[in-house]
Design a protein around this ligand. Structure first.
Ligand code: MG
Length: 380
């Protein structure tokens, strides 16, 4: 069974304040909608995403092989109809319809709603939370009465539907609707409630940005990666170590510039991302990487971590050799790595040890390096 996602992002969101509609406003260094799209992209069962935006915002969505952009209408229901119509070219079995402003929604939660849709006995499922607070009616700041909250629920998204059923329901729905469950109900489609989540906040008011940040900071994805590399000594006048040419009576041999420290560090970043190693991204069999400067590899790994939403929190490198002495160059190495990665020097450690004249490093046959990094993503 195929499932596609429809993200509604065409609203003007004026209640949230700011110069831009809320879905385009920054949150923890990215736009609200970027968090939402990333969450859906991370769900294995979702094959494609259609984003409905205002006509002047089409260019704000970066091209992505699994994302298509559609222009919305004046109301939420019109925007959903436009998105569903665009999806008929390659109709999925199921569709999850979601508000872009619910940016704290996690992939695991989206997968839970999808699973409920795929395994349930209704053509529609929708997350909701029972109302537990007492409800009042009021007038002019004074309580005028008590509202019975028995059987009341707070609706959330993503709401999941049989694609054909919700497409037909929307085709007969003339005006606007609060959400797609309202449209489904009007068409007689049974909707099963699945457990909502308190963290599945919809940014509506200015204070919600701070709430969303707090929620996301509690959903941090922390990765540790380690790398190890060895290069043997050969003829030469210096060794490239962590981006610094350290004078020595021998050099390091290797396919690239043999910067053993930078290789260990680069592999640590790839490792944290579960992205293999340098050899996978820059095959030694490819002549274009012969003699390559290792900052090319490191920059690629850093770029990949940014693309995947991770920030490098710190890096720690240990060079293992008897000679050359590393200590006098450690600060220059920190600075060189800082320039390449954009990470402040206070988060970059370069240190060295000997191996007490034992083993290949002790016999000065080569230099070994190991590295560890932590990567942090502020939304899992
Ligand atoms: Mg190497």
């Amino acid at each position: 069974m195929t499932c596609a996602a429809l993200i509604v992002a065409a609203g003007s969101g004026t209640r949230a304040g700011g110069d831009l509609p809320k879905q385009w406003q920054p949150l923890l260094g990215r736009r609200v909608i970027d968090w939402t799209l990333d969450a859906f992209l991370a769900v294995p069962g979702i094959t494609s995403i259609t984003v409905v935006v205002h006509a002047d915002a089409v260019a704000r969505i970066a091209p992505h092989p699994r994302i298509s952009v559609v222009t919305g209408g004046a109301t939420r229901a019109e925007s959903v109809r436009a998105g569903l119509a665009a999806m008929t070219a390659d109709p999925p079995d199921h569709v999850l319809i979601h508000d872009a402003a619910r940016c704290c929604t996690q992939p695991a939660y989206i997968a839970y709603v999808l699973y409920a849709l795929q395994t349930g006995d209704t053509p529609a499922v929708a997350p909701a939370l029972p109302v537990t607070d007492a409800l009042w009616t009021a007038d002019g700041g004074r309580v005028t009465g008590l509202q019975d909250c028995t059987g009341l629920y707070r609706a959330q998204t993503p709401q999941g539907f049989d694609f054909t059923a919700i497409l037909e329901a929307h085709s007969v729905q003339a005006g606007d609707a609060a959400d797609d469950v309202a449209v489904a109900m009007a068409a007689g489609i049974a909707v099963a409630i699945v457990d909502g989540h308190e963290d599945n906040l919809k940014i509506t008011h200015p204070n919600d940005f701070a709430r969303a940040e707090r929620i996301m900071e509690n959903q941090m994805d922390i990765r540790i990666g380690t790398g190890f590399d060895v290069h043997r000594f050969g003829p030469g006048t210096h060794c490239m170590l962590c981006g610094v040419a350290v004078p020595h009576e021998r050099g390091l041999e290797g396919h690239s510039d043999a910067d053993v420290g930078m290789h260990a560090l680069t592999d640590a970043i790839y490792g944290a991302l579960a992205e293999g190693d340098i050899g996978r991204h820059f095959p030694p069999s490819d002549p274009q990487w012969k003699g390559a400067e290792s900052h090319v590899f490191l920059r690629h790994a850093v770029g990949l971590s940014i693309t995947k939403g991770f920030k490098i929190n710190n890096m720690d490198i240990t060079l293992i050799c008897e000679r050359p002495k590393i200590g006098p160059h450690a600060e220059a190495m920190q600075r060189a790595l800082s320039e390449i990665t954009g990470i402040e020097t206070g988060r970059i450690s370069v240190k060295a040890t000997t191996s007490e004249r034992l083993g290949f490093t002790g016999r000065e046959e080569g230099i070994a390096a190991q590295a560890a990094v932590t990567l942090v993503k502020t939304c899992a």
